[in-house]
Design a protein around this ligand. Structure first.
Ligand SMILES: [Zn+2]
Length: 443
């Protein structure tokens, strides 16, 4: 068998034949030629026999290593003019547009990125982390199926901190499928608006049902009228879970007014934890200002004892809590309030009981004279309907907790990427409706 024939079978590259194989000092150089005569646009399926310029274009891609050898594929390509995309170097079947790596190598990198850490990938594949980011963006773009947004009924909109907590991403979860189906940069109403725009891109037919109280002649105007139109896919949404911030709710009311807004109890408890932490910090500052450094230092350690679920306390934390109880005061009262609220949501009560207990909590907190909890009571009263809707529909964070934890873990790994797109791509690849396959699995 000739060397070129052997390499043709070894590399398994689509649509090419190997013309030469050269061993260089640190790599193998394999030259290939395309089998097809027609030139294909890299952006669409347009093909032509007509060559735009005579000048040839030398291209290089890195392929899967062969043993310890780095392997480079070289080809001389032609240029074409696509009526839609203009002049481009022709597409090759074995690599993605603008990629310097073959499809097989990119698929391997994407698979690794979802399963292992930065150091392992960069060392194993011998590429830097930013390159990994560009590769997974390309793979995610190709693999993300537009149809994933077709049958959404119950969704959750959540924010997630990115790059040390100063940047945020908004993630949309399909509660039924347990998958993240959309991600965007930021955490405002505008970010949620982007999701609804992706759900029903401008120009798609407006399937809004005529509301009973609508003025005649208003309905068909679509986005031009005062009343924004509801897209076909947004109209299917029945419930949207979110936190108590104003941004997502504003966007949801505007784009999917028929959907019930659910406030996840998880967010309510989180807010209570924050209120408790504020009380603790105030007290700690008081101790410090009162020139009791020892007491202040000891109390600083109380933070975790206060915020943790009592079932998870260590012996020391339990002892700290007992001391706080004996001392009484605002911190202890704030703690019992927080625990009372938490237990409402953790006891599998029916909705009537939850409604009664929530009302009782609101009046207790309002009378507590602890500023942070008076404010919390006000917030909870404002969102009571949404909180109860979450209990009634059973749409809550608990259902997708494993998914959220995974997204958080992945986002931490994505800190090193400079671009938010790479971070979102990694989230899509790990938590989205995508199944990655390794090169040998598609044999
Ligand atoms: Zn084209």
């Amino acid at each position: 068998m000739r060397v070129t024939t052997a390499f043709c079978r070894l590399l398994r590259l689509d649509g090419v034949r190997v013309t030469s194989v050269v061993f260089a000092a640190d790599r193998l150089l394999v030259s290939v030629a395309l089998r097809r005569r027609r030139l294909v646009c890299p952006c669409c399926s347009f093909s032509t026999r007509h060559r735009e310029r005579v000048q040839a274009h030398e291209s290089v891609w890195r392929h899967l290593d062969l043993g310890v050898w780095r392997l480079e594929i070289r080809a001389t390509l032609r240029q074409l003019r696509c009526p839609a995309h203009g002049v481009h170097v022709e597409a090759v079947p074995f690599a993605r547009h603008r990629a310097q790596f073959t499809r097989d190598l990119e698929d391997l990198v994407a698979w690794l990125a979802t399963r292992t850490d930065k150091t392992a990938i960069t060392r194993l594949v011998r590429i830097d982390w930013q390159t990994v980011g560009r590769i997974i963006s390309r793979v995610a773009d190709e693999q993300l199926d537009e149809r994933r947004l077709d049958d959404l009924f119950e969704i959750g909109i959540d924010e997630i901190a990115w790059r040390g907590g100063h940047h945020f991403l908004t993630l949309v979860t399909d509660h039924r499928a347990g998958k993240i189906v959309w991600g965007g940069v930021g955490r405002s109403a505008a970010t949620a608006d982007e999701f609804f725009a992706a759900l029903d891109p401008p120009g798609t037919p407006d399937l809004r049902e005529v509301p009973a109280d609508a003025e005649p002649g208003r309905v068909a105007e679509g986005a031009a009228g005062d009343q924004p139109s509801v897209g076909a896919r947004a109209a299917q949404l029945t419930t949207i879970s979110m936190d108590m911030g104003p941004g997502y709710a504003k966007s949801a009311r505007e784009h999917a007014p028929q959907a019930v807004i659910c406030i996840d109890p998880y967010h309510v408890v989180q807010l209570a934890n924050r209120a408790l932490d504020e009380v603790r910090r105030d007290y700690w500052n008081e101790l410090r200002d009162a020139d009791q450094p020892d007491a202040a230092r000891r109390f600083k350690d109380a933070r975790w004892a206060l915020l943790k679920n009592p079932d998870d306390h260590t012996t020391t934390q339990a002892a700290t809590l007992r001391k706080l109880k004996n001392a009484g005061g605002a911190v202890w009262r704030a703690y019992t309030l927080k625990e009372a609220l938490r237990s409402i949501f953790h006891s599998h009560l029916d909705i009537l009981d939850v409604a009664i207990l929530l009302e009782r909590f609101i009046s207790r907190a309002t009378r507590s004279r602890i500023r942070a909890f008076v404010r919390l009571a006000k917030t909870i009263r404002k969102h009571a309907a949404g909180i109860l809707a979450a209990i009634r529909t059973g749409i809550n964070n608990g259902r997708v907790e494993a998914l959220n934890n995974k997204a958080r873990l992945i986002t931490r790994r994505a800190y090193g990427f400079h671009s938010a797109n790479a971070a979102l791509a990694l989230i899509h690849l790990t938590c989205g409706p995508i199944t990655l396959t390794l090169p040998h699995e598609s044999l």
